[in-house]
Design a protein. Structure first.
Length: 146
């Protein structure tokens, strides 16, 4: 029996306060967002990854279901952002915390060769910012190929 091949296409966050989340991802993290702050849906591509913000009430209306949402820091998943060097991890952490990100875990060099820190967005989704000494997960594609 063969299975249909499925590819990971992106991630979608269900958000309560769209204006606050748009401002965070645009103004604090630097994502290019062209939609306005009062939209029900934001669709963008960041580094070949589809990233979406969907207003909770809009998604519930669309699917005809009510959902439960996490209170406090959401430990179900983490958004992972990478930078080019250990120094950039420290600088990025300082910059985003100064702009309003919630600090969770300060820049730390882990024994496996990764420097990492963790923040949250305004709705408490975990976001890691990291760099590798020798990245074992480095992709081999050339960005100009796309």
């Amino acid at each position: 029996m063969s299975l249909i091949e499925m590819r990971l296409d992106g991630i979608q966050l269900m958000v309560e306060n769209m204006p606050k989340m748009v401002r965070f991802y645009r103004d604090v993290l630097g994502f290019e967002i062209t939609e306005g702050e009062d939209t029900g849906f934001v669709y963008l591509v960041k580094d070949h990854t589809l990233f979406m913000l969907y207003k909770r009430e809009s998604f519930e209306f669309l699917t005809c279901h009510e959902y439960n949402y996490c209170c406090g820091i959401n430990g179900h998943f983490e958004i992972s952002l990478s930078v080019n060097s250990f120094k950039e991890v420290d600088k990025a952490y300082e910059e985003v915390v100064a702009k309003g990100a919630n600090a969770v875990y300060p820049p730390t060099t882990e024994f496996w060769g990764q420097r990492t820190c963790v923040i949250t967005d305004p709705e408490n989704n975990l976001i890691e910012i990291s760099a590798w000494e020798n990245n074992p997960y480095q992709t081999s594609f050339d960005k100009d190929e796309f």
